[in-house]
Design a protein around this ligand. Structure first.
Ligand code: AMP
Length: 305
């Protein structure tokens, strides 16, 4: 593993989730948490976020056990942690948001610890785009900047969001969100539109149908999602995908085409593990060997000659 750390800002949450397989109440979640834990299998991770006093110590201990640097995680005494409630039905591809309580994120001003400011790999996970911009301002040397978002910010803060898009190299976004953001139904055209704003890569996540990386015309890359008969909880699949992708690239330290393609498959691998259990439970005992084996299965799935 190279020692390039990935800096990740985004929601650190308590999630209440309902799926056909069951429910959770205020379980560990948040875009920064899923992506940080996924990235931590490949590279050192630095997290930037905020929680309230209600955030259980066992969650902090879990993040520490993954060697995630928590200097950038503020704990607000008397504050309440961000809470998201959602439910999934049918094909599980789309969450219905039942509640978004920003709580401590409402007044959050990310101040990066000095040690974080030289980060070269930066992932702006899903959170208020104004906070994403404040983090970007503090990492002038970053050589790979990526971002994710969701419908809540596309409809609520589209101007700030477009500003983030103009300033990053990679956009992760799902099919419904890119259509909502651009007003374009055709995904290839919508991705080309986003690329025309600045980012070199647009990676469209399509739930159980996999992901497509749009880049220079002759280099687009498609990945299936891992075929699973049982999906317990799709929450965090997109964040785990992005975290696995960024972690692998930082760990490899080489931004070449082949590695970007491998990163898509590692991202899909991490996403496929996340959805097998609720919250981050599958990541608690996941090993590098299991990741390597599933990556190989992925390779075999598309091998032709
Ligand atoms: P996904 O990978 O899209 O399934 O992301 C799910 C995670 O996003 C959950 O763990 C939520 O805590 C988090 N989340 C939900 N709504 C928001 C929001 N408006 N801003 C930031 N994070 C959110």
């Amino acid at each position: 593993m190279s020692s390039n750390p990935v800096l990740i800002v985004g929601s650190v949450a308590l999630d209440s989730v309902r799926t056909p397989s069951g429910t959770t109440e205020r379980a560990l979640g948040g875009a920064a948490v899923y992506s940080s834990v996924a990235a931590s299998f490949f590279a050192p991770v630095r997290i930037v976020g905020v929680v309230g006093e209600d955030f259980p110590k066992k969650h902090i201990d879990f993040l520490r056990s993954r060697d995630i640097d928590l200097q950038g995680l503020q704990i607000i005494s008397g504050g309440q942690t961000f809470h998201w409630a959602g439910s999934y039905e049918g094909d599980l591809n789309q969450a219905d948001t039942l509640a978004t309580e920003l709580n401590v994120f409402q007044d959050f001003r990310p101040e990066l610890p000095d040690a974080y400011k030289s980060s070269q790999y930066v992932f702006l996970a899903n959170i208020d785009p104004e906070l994403q911009l404040k983090v970007l301002d503090q990492v002038p040397d970053a050589k790979l900047k990526a971002m994710d978002t969701m419908d809540f910010w596309i409809t609520g803060k589209s101007e700030a969001l477009l500003e983030v898009i103009r300033r990053v190299d990679i956009v992760f976004i799902n099919d419904a969100e890119i259509r909502l953001l651009t007003g374009i139904i055709n995904l290839t055209k919508a991705a080309a539109h986003l690329r025309s704003l600045g980012p070199k890569y647009v990676i469209v996540k399509k739930g159980e149908h996999g992901a497509m990386m749009y880049c220079d015309e002759k280099m687009h890359f498609a990945a299936a999602s891992y075929p699973l008969e049982e999906v317990a909880d799709p929450t965090g699949a997109g964040d785990s995908f992005a975290g696995g992708f960024m972690g692998y690239l930082a760990g490899s330290g080489r931004l070449v085409k082949e590695n970007l393609r491998r990163a898509v498959i590692y991202g899909s691998t991490l996403a496929s593990y996340t959805v097998q259990e609720f919250s981050l439970n599958r990541f608690r005992n996941l090993t590098r060997t299991e990741i390597a084996n599933r990556y190989e299965e992925f390779r075999q799935m598309v091998w032709v000659d």
